[in-house]
Ligand binder design. Structure first.
Ligand code: SF4
Length: 500
């Protein structure tokens, strides 16, 4: 049975009139119409981050005139809808995210009986878009193609880059996606990153199963209220610290630490898109280090500076007498953005008590990886997958590194993995597992992770047993706020090491 056999195309899609006719080329028809009246009549859908971040951003957007709804987390049904209506040969995140929107709209249709035309009028979708050599540059077209084939011709898909949406006459109307819109949602994303990082540090050691999730939910209630009602976010983060401190922990359990890297979406998503990798690792007795969205933002900022410096080199003003103000302006804005994002992250992290997370220094990581990875090779995570592995090996950050790559990903599978085999041949002790998520084949995925995890567990045990146990173990070791500096990888080993 094929993976998409249980997706039933709507009536409009089973028209077989095309048989026997001349082939035609499908062309993307862009509809970004959004009139002032649409502000009150249109629901804007978005999604694609972690579950907590989507919910926090939705709360932050409740202060806006338009109505925003975060799509549910993509699942296998989304994937099947993506395969049924999307183009052939796409990468896995495209199928999951595009299919998620199609699935959502088809469900609305089923539940409410609304016609496709009504849905097209009442809903729109906003998403990030990119360019470069990977499929990310074609996402918006993929959305339109799949929506079209699912019967939602003319569905409006906006990218943040549209900034101000225009009508057919080219006048700016209605929806305003200007940078000011993003300030509070960006704060929500950063807060979501911090809480997700803490959740991964706390949950593996909780004494009562489910206590961390309950505490995180209580933090969500506090923070979403602060975002909706413009309350002090720092104070809310401080209150969350008090909530998290109540989760009883046993942090001296010896667990392997697993760093998750790879293609951004595949490594970050918390569901079927990566076979629920983070939860699976925890269930198998490991602690994982996730990749927060801020790391991707830092990479984008670094890339913007790197490539604009290259442009400046090409247009050497000393030779041409021409000074490119637009590049200089872009550099200043980029720098400002970087400082602002880092400052907010640091402030919120301090307030809730995430002390030991070091934001990636992309310049340092590029120095580390440039020997292996040409920095001019854009696409996907660029040099970051290779850099993370090298960083983990050199600074003993984890007992194992898993690189998650979606089926069909060109930058991650074809480029980074080719280079990783050179890195692992130079560092044979590295426990590195590159693993593909195809949307099918979970059993194979889990069994490969389990095999590599066995070695990681051994390494964590040996690291811990090599330490001298102190006579007295203070209570602070079981408080998540105690995050000592150490050159050990495992949490239990770090704590004991800090006491002797
Ligand atoms: S990096 Fe890979 S998985 Fe991600 S959008 Fe590009 S091709 Fe697809």
């Amino acid at each position: 049975m094929s993976a998409c056999s249980n997706i039933k195309p709507p009536q409009s899609n089973i028209d077989l009139d095309y048989l026997g006719k001349q082939k035609t080329q499908w062309r993307d028809t862009v509809n970004t119409n959004f009139s002032k009246d649409d502000i009150n009549n249109t629901t804007i859908l978005f999604g694609g981050m972690t579950i907590l971040q989507d919910r926090l951003v939705m709360a932050a957007l409740e202060t806006k005139k338009e109505k925003y709804i975060a799509l549910p987390n993509p699942d296998f049904e989304s994937f099947r809808a993506g395969k049924a209506y999307g183009n052939r040969g796409q990468c896995n995140p495209t199928y999951f995210t595009v299919g998620n929107l199609v699935k959502y709209l088809l469900n609305i249709q089923k539940k409410t009986g609304m016609s496709s035309r009504e849905i097209v009028q009442k809903y729109a979708y906003v998403t990030a878009n990119g360019c470069g050599p990977c499929r990310f540059g074609m996402y918006i077209t993929e959305y339109r193609k799949a929506l079209n084939d699912a019967g939602f011709q003319g569905f409006r898909v906006f990218s943040f880059e549209h900034n101000k949406v225009t009508n057919e006459a080219g006048e700016e109307v209605g929806l305003n996606l200007s940078p000011a819109l993003y300030i509070t949602p960006i704060k929500a994303v950063l807060i979501g990153d911090i809480i997700n990082l803490l959740a991964h540090k706390i949950r593996p050691y909780e004494v009562e199963a489910g206590a961390t999730d309950k505490a995180i939910e209580a933090c969500y209630d506090l923070l979403s209220d602060a975002l909706r009602n413009n309350k002090n976010l720092l104070l809310s983060m401080w209150k969350c610290r008090k909530i998290l401190e109540k989760v009883e922990l046993d942090r001296l359990q010896v667990k392997p630490k697993v760093m998750i890297v790879g293609e951004f979406w595949a490594a970050m998503t918390e569901g079927d898109g990566n076979y629920n990798l983070h939860r699976f690792l925890e269930a198998e007795g490991a602690e994982s280090i996730p990749q927060p969205i801020i790391n991707r933002l830092m990479l984008s900022i670094w890339e913007s500076t790197y490539f604009s410096n290259k442009e400046l080199d090409l247009e050497d003003d000393t030779k041409t007498g021409y000074f490119d103000f637009s590049s200089t302006k872009r550099k200043v804005i980029t720098k400002l953005l970087k400082v602002t994002i880092k400052s907010y992250f640091t402030l919120y992290a301090k307030a809730i008590g995430l002390h030991d997370y070091k934001l990636p220094d992309i310049e340092a990581l590029s120095t580390l990886s440039r020997v292996y990875f040409p920095l001019d090779a854009e696409g996907g995570e660029g040099h970051m997958e290779v850099a993370h592995l090298l960083e983990s090996i050199k600074h003993n950050l984890a007992h194992m590194v898993i690189s998650v790559k979606p089926f069909g990903c060109m930058p991650s599978s074809a480029v980074s993995d080719g280079i990783q085999s050179l890195v692992t041949s130079r560092y044979p002790s590295a426990n590195f597992l590159s693993i593909e998520t195809s949307g099918e084949g979970a059993a194979n995925f889990y069994s490969r992770v389990q095999m590599a995890l066995f070695k990681a567990k051994q390494a964590a045990k040996e690291e811990f047993e090599a330490l001298e146990m102190p006579e007295h173990i203070p209570e602070k070791v079981n408080n998540y706020l105690y995050q000592p500096k150490s050159d050990k990888a495992g949490t239990a080993a770090q704590l004991i090491d800090s006491l002797v």
